[in-house]
Ligand binder design. Structure first.
Ligand SMILES: [Zn+2]
Length: 328
């Protein structure tokens, strides 16, 4: 910068150049009340995604023709996301918003307020299920919640992206929305969608094959995010509530989990990437179980076992194989 400024010896010419720039930018700005730093007319489709798995789809499918911004910063908890007024205001300048109704109440409200016409609700593409209640006909003897709190799974489970097949259906919906919003590049978006859904169906086949020969179907997790994945591959997710600093599971609940672990040959308690290690270890120690990470892929950080959805899903598959006794 310093060099450029010192070499500029024709201030009048610079002024003229600046005037040309302003004139060139004027038609783009006149159509929108945005401030200059909110609105860049880069010719790209501006897509706002609510959190990582949706941002990943928009980025992969949209490629060079889209500019994707993520409402949830990596490493922040997406479910309880709060949006700053500035962020909500900026949302109105999106060409397309991709979100998942019921996952983030603050985003649902902001999308409704934004007035943006082109929105993709992932929950409208894949019906949500309630994994807090009996869904597979099994007797859930540990289903009583001794801690008295509401199980995290109560109500519609939003974690559809952890099942590659459902995630592929969301990808197809995102692809259709980009095609409709930017018909000039429809063929490009269609090709991107086809590539991505093919990879997701290949991942589905890897999970199905990779989980064959397991010695148990049951796994314990602290974040009840894997209900759709479990359902897809015939597994049973037992979610443990109240594993945090504020609340501890009751003695009765601990006994029930111990019984379940013995009966179902459970080896491992799965924790999220960012959870307190000490609490996790103490809890698993009490149950005489190992700990490992099963990542709900709600954001990619330096601590993630991979740099994108596919890498982390492969790490999840390896962790499940180990926990369920698959010889690899
Ligand atoms: Zn979650």
């Amino acid at each position: 910068m310093t060099l450029m400024h010192s070499s500029r010896r024709a201030p009048l010419r610079s002024l003229a150049a600046a005037a040309v720039l302003v004139l060139a930018a004027w038609p783009a700005l006149s159509g929108c009340a945005a401030t200059v730093d909110d609105f860049k007319d880069d010719g790209k489709l501006h897509v706002t995604a609510a959190f990582y798995p949706l941002e990943y789809l928009a980025t992969r499918i949209g490629g060079r023709y889209v500019d994707v911004s993520d409402l949830t910063r990596p490493g922040t908890e997406p479910h309880d996301l709060e949006l700053a007024p500035r962020r909500i205001a900026a949302l109105t300048h999106s060409d397309v918003i991709v979100y998942l109704r019921g996952m983030q109440p603050a985003v649902d409200d902001a999308v409704a307020q934004s007035g943006v016409r082109r929105t993709v609700d992932a929950a409208a593409l894949v019906p949500l299920e309630d994994h807090g209640t009996e869904v597979d006909g099994r007797d859930r003897t540990t289903g009583d919640n001794g801690s008295g709190g509401r199980p995290e799974t109560a109500g519609a489970d939003p974690h559809i992206w952890l099942d590659p097949v459902r995630y592929a259906a969301v990808a197809a919906g995102v692809g259709r929305a980009l095609e409709a919003a930017d018909p000039a590049h429809a063929a490009y978006y269609a090709a991107g969608t086809a590539r991505l859904t093919a990879r997701l169906h290949a991942l589905d086949a890897e999970f199905a094959a990779g989980l064959r020969g397991r010695t148990t179907d049951t796994f314990l997790t602290t974040h009840a995010a894997f209900g759709y994945l479990a359902e897809r591959y015939g597994l049973v997710e037992e979610a443990i509530n109240g594993i945090d600093a504020e609340s501890e599971p009751s003695a009765a609940r601990m006994r029930a989990l111990q019984d379940l672990a013995r009966r179902e040959h459970v080896t491992t308690v799965f924790f999220e990437t960012l959870v307190s290690d000490r609490t996790a270890r103490t809890f698993a120690g009490d149950l005489h179980l190992r700990t490992d990470v099963l990542d709900p892929i709600e954001g990619i950080t330096a601590a993630s076992r991979g740099t994108d959805y596919f890498e982390v899903q492969h790490a999840n598959l390896r962790a499940l194989q180990k926990a369920l006794g698959v010889r690899t």
